[in-house]
Design a protein around this ligand. Structure first.
Ligand code: CP3
Length: 342
């Protein structure tokens, strides 16, 4: 892969001719071509069959001409490899039929499970062959707190009631669980790096649910541990959480190369408050992509003008693309970005 790609240069805090673009959840349900595959296979089959995972990873590369590909997988595959009985149902989302709520449940979870995740390494190799060095491939994993929340709740949650109850009432138990997930996550990201990803992103989607002290103790601590445990050489690490507009100064202490910022904050303002050498990724409200094209263009230009001259800026959304965002609008946004010149 050529290290001169816009994405890698921006991730390393260089100033690029224009900001590179990729979008969280870019390989997904807003594309008709995704459904052509999804209608034939289950989501987990797609993740576990390297050729299919590569087909889906390549959709936004071929149809949208984005500047970085992201591995098609899910943050919950580590939890499944540890022993979680995971299923995905249309309209319901992920479910674990055996939630993890007691010490015995935690003791049953396995670590050292990279052999069960070999299909991800195989997918990465197929994808890299298909990319042929044209653009970088981003690997990823869930942050321990976010993955823990699915295991404890048994699926998605609005208020994370059981998870937070464990943090508050049984902190030692929570730490046992988080430590196991962190250990598996370090191995898993190192497996992806060894297989050939060019960057990794850690998704802590639900960190915003936590109070500052709890974020520090139960999330930040483990992300820090993961980042220090990576055989990263010069592989950039991106740290994402919903809540980064609040937690960014703390996230920076774990020394990621890039922090992915949600849309609640002025991107330049937050970047200036971060230590030098940390790039930012963000931070368009994904709902803008529902709006009229005139608005989409205006909002992208507004963000880019704000960031003009600022090294280390990758365009992304503040969170993932929603499944019902019109494909045409996403395509238009990328055209607007690609035409932009600093
Ligand atoms: O970004 C990409 O295009 C790469 C693929 C990717 C998926 N999930 C595919 C997926 C990535 C990076 C993820 C990460 C992920 N998975 C996160 C963190 C990102 C974020 O948005 O905060 C989380 C919280 C999950 C857990 C998860 N997976 C949920 C809650 C759901 C169901 C609800 C939903 O948003 O769809 C999934 C399923 C899932 N993961 C789908 C896809 C394409 C939909 C599967 C389908 O029904 O077709």
């Amino acid at each position: 892969m050529n290290n001169n790609s816009l994405f890698i240069r921006a991730a390393k805090s260089e100033l690029t001719e224009r900001p590179p673009v990729w979008m969280m959840r870019q390989a997904g349900r807003f594309m008709k071509e995704y459904w052509d595959i999804k209608n034939k296979y289950s989501f987990l089959e797609m993740c576990k069959t390297p050729e299919l995972a590569a087909d889906v990873t390549m959709l936004p590369v071929d149809l949208l001409d984005i500047d970085a590909a992201i591995l098609f997988s899910d943050i919950l595959v580590t939890a499944e490899a540890m022993g979680g009985d995971l299923s995905f149902t249309q309209g319901v989302g992920p479910k674990f039929s055996n939630p993890v709520r007691t010490e015995a449940d935690i003791n049953r979870l396995q670590t050292g499970v990279n052999d069960k995740l070999q299909y991800v390494a195989d997918a990465i190799k197929v994808i890299q062959q298909r990319l042929g060095g044209k653009i970088p491939l981003i690997g990823f994993a869930g942050a321990p707190f976010t993955v823990m929340s699915y295991l404890v709740e048994g699926g998605s949650s609005k208020d994370f009631k059981l998870t937070k109850l464990m943090l508050h009432n049984q902190p030692e138990l929570a730490h046992q669980l988080l430590s196991k997930i962190a250990e598996v996550t370090i191995d898993y990201l190192n497996l992806q790096i060894a297989a050939g990803v060019n960057a990794v992103q850690i998704f802590d989607s639900w960190a915003l649910a936590l109070a500052w002290d709890d974020y520090k103790e139960f999330s930040h601590y483990y992300i820090n541990k993961i980042i220090s445990g990576l055989n990263r050489a010069d592989i950039p690490v991106i740290s994402f959480c919903k809540g980064s507009s609040v937690f960014a100064p703390l996230m920076a202490e774990a020394k990621p190369d890039v922090i992915s910022i949600d849309w609640n904050v002025d991107l330049l303002d937050i970047k200036r408050r971060l230590p030098a050498g940390i790039a930012v990724q963000g931070n368009l409200d994904p709902h803008v992509l529902y709006a009229d094209k005139k608005v989409i263009k205006e909002r992208i230009h507004r963000l880019f003008e704000r960031m003009r001259g600022e090294p280390g800026f990758i365009f992304n959304l503040g969170h993932g693309i929603m499944p019902d965002i019109p494909f045409d609008n996403v395509k238009y946004a990328i055209e607007v970005i690609k035409e932009f010149k600093y």
